[in-house]
Design a protein. Sequence first.
Length: 585
Amino acid sequence: MPGSSSMLISLRENISSVRRNGAGASPLLSLAFNIDLLRNIVFFFFVLRAARRTVWKLKGRGVFGTAAELYIDTRRILFGWFLRMPGVRSKVREQVEEALGKMEEKLVPSGMTRYTKLPTTGWAYDDVRKQLEALSGLEHTRWEDGRVSGAVYHGEDDLMALQTEAYGKFTVANPIHPDVFPGVRKMEAEIVAMVLGLFNGPQGSAGVTTSGGTESILMACLSARQKGYIERGITEPEMIIPETAHTAFHKASQYYKIKLHLVKCPAPGYQVDVRSVARLINPNTVLLVGSAPNFPHGIIDDIAGLGRLASRNKIPLHVDCCLGSFMVPMLEKAGFETTPFDFRVRGVTSISVDTHKYGFAPKGNSVVLYRTTTLRGYQYFVSADWAGGVYASPGAAGSRPGALIAGCWASMMAVGESGYLEACGKIVGTAHKFAEHITTSPLLKSDIEVMGRPLVSVVAFKAKKSKSSGSAVNIYSLADAMSAKGWHLNALQNPPAIHVAFTMPIVKAYDSLVADLEACIEEEREKARVRAVEAASSGSKGLGMMAKGDSDGDAAALYGVAGSLPNKSVVVDLATGFLDLLYKA
C-alpha cells in the first residue's frame, strides 16, 4: 500500500533526525517529533481500519455488488434531499396528513364516549362489565370466522375458558419474586424444559421465557453480542441475516448497535444464499441467522448449511422458529416433509419459539433456547451495587405477568403432544392443500403462483408475469378486494405478494377462502380487460399500465407508494403517524 510505505519512511526519517541531533536536541524539537509521531500513528490506524473494511466489503459483496449498493445508497440520499426541498416538503406533508386523517377515521371513530380522566367515583362492577362487553363487540375483522391470517391460532371456547381460569388464579403473580410465587417459578421452568425437549435440546441446554418473539430474538442477539465481546474482544459487532428474516433482527441491530448484513433469498426457492453468507463473514461477525420458517414466504432456510458455516468459523447460529413454533417439530410425526432445523444441527446455538402461536398459549408468551447455560447467562442483567439491593433479571423485563406463564403452562398441559400432532395435521395439511389448489386450479394458476416450497403453515403467492403486459393482476389490489370481502391477509413487499398464515379457525373457513379468492381474481381480471380496452382506444402502446391497477384500497395505496420510492422516509412518516394514532383517546 503506497500510503503505508510513505508513512513508514517518514517515521524512520523522524527517528534518524532525533538520533543525529543527539541528547542536546532542544525540548521544542523533541515535542515536535512526538506530536508528528503521534499524528502518523493515528493516521496510519485510521487508514488501516478503512482498508480492512474495504477488503471485507469487496470480499462479501464483490465489485459489482459493492457498486450496486453504492448506487442504491446514492439514489436514496439524493431522493431524500429532494423530499426536503421547500416546495416538495410542504406537498409531501400535506399528503401524509391527508392519509393519516383517513386512518384516524377508521381507528378513532366518532360518536363514542371518551374516558380521558379517572372517574370521580369508581364504577360499579356491573357497569364495568357492560362496557367491556360493548368494547369486545366493536366492529372488527372476524377472526372468529377464520378470516384473519395468523393473529389467533386456536380460539376454541374450552381452551380460552381454561386460560382465563389460569390467569385468574395468578393475576397478581410476578416471577421476579419466586419466593412469593413458587408456583409460577415451577411452571416457567417446566415450560422451558418441555420446549427444549421438543427442539431436541442437548444435555446442558437452557432457556428463558419472554413476552413474545421480538423479545426472544432481541435476547438471542444480545447474548451473541456479549459472547463476542467477552470471549473475543469484539467492539464493533456484526450479524448476517437473510433479507426475509424477521424485522426484530433489525430492531436488535438498532438497539444493540450491531451492524446488519442482509443476504438475498433468490427465487425460485427463496432460501438464504449460504455462499453469500460465507463471503460476508469477517472477524467482527458475532451471529448468523436462519428462519424455520420465515414470516414473509413460509420457507425454511438451509439450516444445515448455515450450521456448517457457524461450526467452521466458531460463530453462534440463531434459528428463528417463532412462526413455526410447535408445528415444525411435529412435521415428521404427522407424516409431512421436513428438513433439519433444531439443536440436532451442529452449529445451532439458539432458537426462538413462540408458545403463543402454534403452542396455543395466550398472547405474550415466547421462549428463547440456548445450547448451553453460558450462552443464556450472556443475556442476564445483574446489578450488584445498586442502592436498592442486589438486582438480577433474566431478560429485558423486570416485573413480568405470572398469569401469562400460568396460561401458557395450562395450555401446553391441556393440549399435549397428541393435540399438537392433530393440529399439525389439520393446519399444515390445509396449507399444503391451498398451495396445491393455486398450482392446479384453472381459475388461479394463470394469474398467481406460490412462492417457493412452503413446508409448514404459511403460504405466500404473487402475481404471475405475462410476457406481453407484465401481469394481469395487481397483487395489492387483490389484497384490498379480499379485505372488502372481510378477510385480513398479509400484504408483502420485495417482491409484492400476499401470504396466508393458516390457523385452526382458517382450517374451518378454507372453502370460503378459496371461493372468495377465485371471485376476487376474476374481478381483477375483468378490471385488467377494461384497462386494456381503454389503453387501446386511447392509442397507448403496450399494456404496461395493467400492472399498476386502479385500487384506492389501503394495501394498494401504501405498498404502491413504498415500492416506488428509493427513499422510504415518507412511509416512515406514515407509520410513525399510525403509531401515534394508536394512543389517541
